[in-house]
Design a protein around this ligand. Structure first.
Ligand code: SF4
Length: 395
């Protein structure tokens, strides 16, 4: 659900896109309830939704020159909780997008939802919009675990939501799962994966729990109220994840993302490939190849600025070093890895040498595998990926 998947952009020239086109991310900063692990910018005041929609549409027109290419290959409504919006509100945003951009025939258009919002009636209405991919925030099927992180749905509702979506005609469904929840055992995690695999879905994003400073869960940990999952269990859970999913035909195309053939997320991939994207809404990030910018993380300030013509974003130019760091960090997360040719042509021989010098020891210890000029994390490399990335990046 990130507004800008932190540290998730990068450039790989892969099979999906003939050229760079563009992507659009729409941040819907509302939730009905705060999950205790979440540090995304969202609020509970859904009365702001009508004003937010007006501001969003105003931002669309105001920034209509931002993307260098008007052909759109992916749109992602994330949050927050996009499933708090009505069909009419979505239609208003799509109308604005269509006025300015050209949606490619194969464009991936994702709708992120919480399971308990996905009623039969709502899904049928959503199906009448251009959405062709659904991303459901399930996190766990275990009711005790869900309560522990203050999710507002049950495991049963999660299963029901997927089935109802399939009946409504969605045939490209992704679910999010979290492993390493407080008190979770390795065996419990195996059960979660197996439940997920019984749902006949096309994509799974699975993240190890992190305790983000300032969240409720972080506070609970500080007070010693939680049973923290040991590192060795986290490693075992990740290994189970890879093994169980690959046995069922899911490709690990990125450290946390797994897809059946033909179902890699274009939205996710566009961050890793450094495809320009326009981020709309409070706290959303944008990237235009040479700079990054991010909107104010306050829905009220965002609405006010769009209404009255004030500033609503900050911007930074990207240096060659920033772009090198982004590329190394993000490409290494993918199954394609770092492309040596690209590294040289895009960043020059000095940066190439810097990377090669630092990567040597990881090749020697078989944490990195070299194949056709690509440097890829091995299974054991994935387990220390943060350390490898930090070594290859330049501060
Ligand atoms: S519903 Fe999503 S965005 Fe909202 S608090 Fe929970 S995890 Fe965060």
């Amino acid at each position: 659900m990130p507004t800008y998947p932190t540290g998730k952009s990068g450039q790989l020239l892969l099979e999906i896109l003939p050229s760079k086109m563009s992507g659009i991310y729409v941040h819907v900063p509302f939730c009905k309830q705060r999950c205790s692990y979440c540090d995304f910018y969202t609020g509970l005041n859904t009365q702001l939704i009508p004003d937010y929609i007006e501001a969003l549409v105003a931002e669309l027109y105001k920034r209509k020159e931002y993307l260098p290419d008007k052909r759109i290959q992916s749109i992602y409504f994330g949050g927050g909780t996009p499933s708090v919006l009505s069909i009419q509100e979505f239609e208003r945003v799509f109308q604005g997008i269509r006025d300015i951009y050209r949606l490619e025939p194969q464009a991936e258009i994702t709708f992120e939802a919480n399971p308990d919002d996905l009623t039969k009636e709502y899904l049928q209405q959503i199906k009448s919009l251009p959405f062709n991919r659904l991303s459901i925030g399930i996190q766990s099927f275990d009711n005790e675990a869900l309560q522990g992180i203050n999710r507002r749905h049950t495991g049963e509702q999660a299963v029901e939501a997927v089935k109802t979506a399939q009946q409504a005609g969605f045939d490209n469904i992704s679910i999010d799962l979290i492993y390493g929840l407080p008190g979770q055992t390795v065996d419990n995690w195996r059960q979660q994966i197996r439940k997920a695999l019984r749902l006949d879905i096309q994509h799974i994003s699975a993240y190890g729990l992190t305790y983000e400073e300032g969240t409720q869960l972080w506070l609970q940990r500080e007070k010693g109220l939680l049973q923290i999952c040991p590192d060795e269990d986290m490693i075992a859970m990740y290994e189970i994840l890879i093994n169980e999913l690959s046995r069922k035909g899911f490709e690990a195309y990125e450290i946390s993302n797994f897809a059946r053939a033909g179902y890699r997320s274009r939205h996710n991939s566009s961050y890793w490939k450094q495809i320009p994207y326009l981020g709309l809404g409070p706290s959303a990030h944008s990237f235009d190849l040479s700079s990054r910018q991010w909107n104010v993380a306050s829905t009220q300030q965002y609405i006010k600025a769009l209404r009255q013509g004030g500033d609503f974003f900050e911007r930074e130019e990207l240096s060659l070093r920033d772009r090198y760091n982004d590329y190394v960090m993000l490409s290494l997360r993918t199954s394609e890895g770092i492309d040596g040719n690209y590294l040289r042509s895009e960043f020059g021989t000095d940066w190439e040498s810097y990377c090669l010098e630092n990567i040597k020891s990881f090749i020697k210890t078989e944490k990195i595998h070299v194949c056709n000029g690509h440097f890829r994390l091995t299974k054991s490399g994935i387990l220390i990926s943060d350390h490898i990335m930090a070594t290859l990046m330049k501060v």
